[in-house]
Design a binder for this molecule. Structure first.
Ligand code: KIV
Length: 293
């Protein structure tokens, strides 16, 4: 195989985004941007567009691998996608999402698996789901020098316990519990916290109470940053689109159209055309014909 071409340097080089950048952006009141990516070309495009951070989310179980929820995806599959993203991104802070059962069993296992995201996946940080029950694991991972992003509210890995993909923190009691969880995760050492599907005013209140930045998804404009699943943004995942998504393209239908055009071109012999073929020198051709009689 030929050597891969280097990433084009035509776009002005950006400084590498770090967890310190996250903190500084919150202090300056500048919104933090995050999108998911699961492969090399998408990571390249998102990074070149100027995103602050890329999450290799376990959402890939659904939007790339076609599972019903995020539970089946494994450490090995996550690391495989992380490596592809790390090869495509230059400047964004890269966050690997710890899959179901990679951090729940013991603090030791959580720390070892978090380390694999940096050592074998090329990530800069990890994300894991859950509130106060995760504090010990977060403490141990951060003590190992690995930045951790927390994730509370709708935590998809607990879909069976939550009774479906439903908004969280809608009662005073539930909201208070989420505030306590957020404060506990900050105290445990998280550098940032995802708030998923919680009421906008609750997310804003949590964001004000924390000194670490919050990244919202379905949590309103009061968070310190926003994240969406790239396949939702691009209209690539046709099964369903959550209410909080803003779709910026309709690539699923665009892909279908392109594939249908290709099929028609082949069937009607419009493709391949003259410009798509390899020529052979006339003299070489004549020699060949003579040789084979
Ligand atoms: O897996 C994922 O993509 C996520 C985001 C929705 C935050 O956890």
């Amino acid at each position: 195989m030929s050597t891969p071409a280097p990433i084009s340097t035509s776009a002005p080089a950006r400084k590498k985004v770090t967890t310190l950048t996250y903190r500084q952006k919150k202090e300056r009141g500048e919104p933090i941007t995050m999108l998911t990516a699961y492969d090399y070309p998408t990571a390249m495009a998102v990074d070149r567009a100027g995103i602050d951070s890329i999450l290799v989310g376990d959402s890939l179980a659904m939007v790339v691998l076609g599972y019903e929820n995020t539970l089946p995806v494994t450490m090995e599959e996550m690391l495989h996608h992380c490596r592809a993203v790390a090869r495509g991104a230059r400047s964004a802070l890269l966050i690997g999402d710890m899959p179901f059962m990679s951090y729940q069993v013991s603090v030791e296992e959580a720390t070892r698996n978090a380390g694999r995201f940096l050592q074998q996946g090329g990530m800069d940080a990890v994300k894991l789901e859950g509130g106060r029950a995760r504090a010990d694991a977060i403490r141990s991972i951060t003590e190992a020098g690995i930045p951790v992003m927390g994730h509370i509210g709708l935590t998809p890995q607990s879909v069976n316990q939550l009774g479906g993909f439903r908004a969280q923190g809608k009662t005073a009691i539930a909201a208070r519990r989420l505030i306590e969880d957020a404060l506990t995760l900050e105290e445990a050492g998280c550098f940032s916290l995802v708030l998923e599907s919680v009421p906008a005013r609750l997310a804003e209140l949590i964001s004000q109470k924390l000194s670490i930045p919050t990244i919202g998804i379905g949590a309103g404009a009061g968070c310190d940053g926003q994240v969406l699943v790239t396949h939702d943004v691009l209209g690539l995942f046709d099964r369903f689109t959550p209410k909080f998504v803003k779709k910026y393209a309709d690539f699923h239908h665009e892909m279908q159209r392109a594939f249908a055009d290709y099929i028609e071109d082949v069937e009607t012999k419009r493709f391949p055309a003259q410009e798509h073929i390899v020529e052979m020198d006339d003299r070489e051709w004549e020699t060949l014909l003579k040789e084979i009689g």
